[in-house]
Design a protein around this ligand. Structure first.
Ligand code: DDH
Length: 291
């Protein structure tokens, strides 16, 4: 039995399961990052609801939201770790797994603190519809991310997570990866947004009517093209967003620094800490934690 609170041991066990032959690009890191993000991205600052406390995706109400399609794989991948370390909450485990995965794929260190609590039933779950819809554009991005308390620079930095992973036709309706090496964290996403000649491709699927596609010079004809969601591409069609796309395309260190800060902020949404950094208040139960 592991020592309670030994998060370094949990980190090591997460790292050990990241490479999985036979799953996507041989790596479960990207889907774990998406789990951490969707676990946190339901936050609403005006009502102080949603956010990274709760681990609501364990319940059908949130887990069955079409926006969360595919994340059951991520939850199943980390379940043996939860069983080995029963003292860790799901909400801590899911956010920590995202942070460990990003670092392990060559991304920045992201400050992470424990202390989130899970809820025992589905009565406090935020309503569906709080996560972004990839078929929309910049007004929608602002509507969704301002609600969480992010600004334009932070929206562009967060979007750089699409350096990782891919879209699956049977999950979101979109298909393909944003970059050639989707298990290596970098600023390639921004470079490709600006550099490639993007063309509309009809998909004719519910929720995913079309996407942007492009090929890079080294690609064969039958290689799967790279893709961008309408929301990704909209970052280049808006002066304030484009300014940050250009900065991050030019300067990977700046991107890593900003990404680290904004992902740390994302996984803290709804968590209240005292001056020592200890989580003391749960926004969902509106109650103090038992210590
Ligand atoms: Fe995303 N994302 N995301 N995303 N996301 C998808 C996959 C991944 C949007 C839509 C989609 C963020 C923001 C947005 C990751 C991380 C992050 C998919 C494909 C869609 C669709 C799902 C599938 O078919 O499997 C939209 C829209 C937005 C937005 O409006 C800004 C953010 C902020 C993050 C983050 O982590 C900070 C990752 C990683 C993936 C790849 C998952 C995988 O399985 O691979």
């Amino acid at each position: 039995m592991s020592k309670e609170g030994d998060f370094d041991a949990v980190r090591k066990d997460i790292e050990a399961i990241l490479k999985q032959k036979g799953y996507d690009d041989g790596h479960i890191g990207p889907v774990l990052v998406r789990l951490a993000w969707h676990a946190s991205g339901t936050y609403c600052k005006d009502t102080d609801t949603g956010g990274s406390n709760g681990a609501g995706m364990r319940y059908e109400k949130e887990g069955g939201d079409p926006a969360n399609a595919g994340l059951q794989h991520a939850r199943v991948f980390v379940e043996p770790i939860k069983r080995k370390y029963p003292w860790i909450t799901y909400s801590d485990l899911w956010t920590l797994a995202g942070v460990v995965a990003i670092r392990s794929m060559g991304g920045p260190d992201i400050p992470w603190k424990a202390g989130r609590s899970d809820f025992d039933d589905d009565s406090l779950l935020p309503p569906r519809g709080r996560l972004p819809d990839g078929s929309q554009a910049q007004d929608h991005l602002r509507h969704i991310f301002y609600r969480m308390g992010f600004n334009d620079q932070e929206i562009v930095a967060l979007s750089g997570a699409h350096n990782l992973g891919r879209c699956h036709a049977d999950r979101s309706g979109f298909e393909g990866a944003w970059v050639n090496n989707p298990t290596r964290f970098s600023n390639q996403y921004y470079k490709l947004l600006l550099k490639l000649k993007w063309q509309k491709k009809d998909l004719n699927r519910e929720g995913a009517p079309w996407q942007w596609v492009a090929t890079t010079p080294g690609m064969d004809e039958d290689d799967e093209p790279l893709m961008m969601l309408p929301t990704d591409y909209s970052l280049t069609q808006d002066a304030e967003f484009k300014k940050w796309v250009e900065k991050y395309a030019e300067d990977q260190d700046l991107f890593f620094d900003h990404f680290s800060k904004v992902f740390a902020k994302l996984v803290e949404l709804g968590v209240y800490r005292d001056e020592d950094g200890v989580a003391r208040f749960n926004n969902l139960t509106k109650g103090k934690y038992e210590s």
